[in-house]
Design a protein. Sequence first.
Lengths: 31, 393
Amino acid sequence: MSSGRFAVNVIAFVVGFSFLAIVFMDWRSVL
Amino acid sequence: MERSSYRASMRTDDAAVNDVRLRDGFAFSAAVFLAVRILLSLVAVLVVRPAFPPSPERSGLGVPATPGLHNAVDGTDRWDAAWFERIALEGYDWNTASAAFFPGYPIAIRGVTTALPVGESGAALLVSNAAFLAALTIMFALTTLEFSVGMARRAVVLLACFPTSYVFMAPYSESLFLVASLLCFWWARRGRWAAAGFAGFLAAATRSLGVLLVPALLMEALGTDRKPRHRAIAASLIPCIAPAIYALYWFIHSGNAMTPFEAQATWFRTLTVPLVTLGEALWLAVVAIRYPQGFYWIIDLVLTATLLLPLLLRWRILPRPYLLYVVLGVVTVLSFPPPRPLFSAPRYLMVLFPVFWLMASLLTRGKYLVAIVTFTLGFACMAALFVNWGAVG
């Protein structure tokens, strides 16, 4: 796997899961 | 809780709920539609490079991607678009794999080609874009009816710029299904049962998920205080007729009424427990960084989670018929995964429009702005992949 492809995967992983954590992870609303 | 008091408890502004009209949100919805339509056309013109349809494209009508201004209009003519256009042109004779594509959208394409001097591709684009504009307008009105004008604005924007929403403006059946399912609820919640049944019929003729409107309509009909209730119950069953007619067509055509449903297997979809689908997708996203195709696994999971997390966190605020519809839709989509477990799942799930109410209600002002900016960037990236025959959407 090329380093470019690896970098794209890392960016997608970090941005994607950071977005979910920042926007939706307000667990107070579950309670 | 009665509906009126439920609505009153959910409302955050002073607009008169009972005076909601379909046309009220048209100007706002049209502006939002125009913005995403221009963005999609711009992306398509700027990023399309020469590319041939990849081998998994099996319709035989997939056209190579070529750079140029024409992509502003036809840049999204990729993947399933060729199946719909070919069915509109030739019917279902040529390939039983085509049976997985329900006839509502191809019939609409054929109707436009009969009435206007455009080809199948142009007709498909006309149907999809007009249906999406109508869907946004009805989404605005229905959200105002159930919640508030403020919520309607947020929900419409979130729906329009969700990263896979470019599909609503592509030659795909999602926008026609969305407008039909929205109309179904719009009329059912206002007690116009014959119209609701007809809209449900159109939805069920367009996508297999449409039949899931029946339990939701039945729940609404059983809870109605309008007389006579038996008419509401009868109207709730009308959407069942569409898949029955389609199955009958295949029975006459090929001797097997189950062909549309068995065709899922030719698309490598098999029955699976939904939690297993989610577990496999989660595992793939965790290990994805080490694999060349890992980008797609991550995106599949993030977009699916973006739609499912609001449901998990805020399901309590949904009126029960909507909740039943969404839960049945999610379970159905996750029960028939392909080998890449969440491939196309965001596209299938985003037509379950109440999730955007939950999303809108969940996001505070700051988070809403973060979501809109991220969605818009995601929309541009996903559209850029799609118009270059990328395996997204």
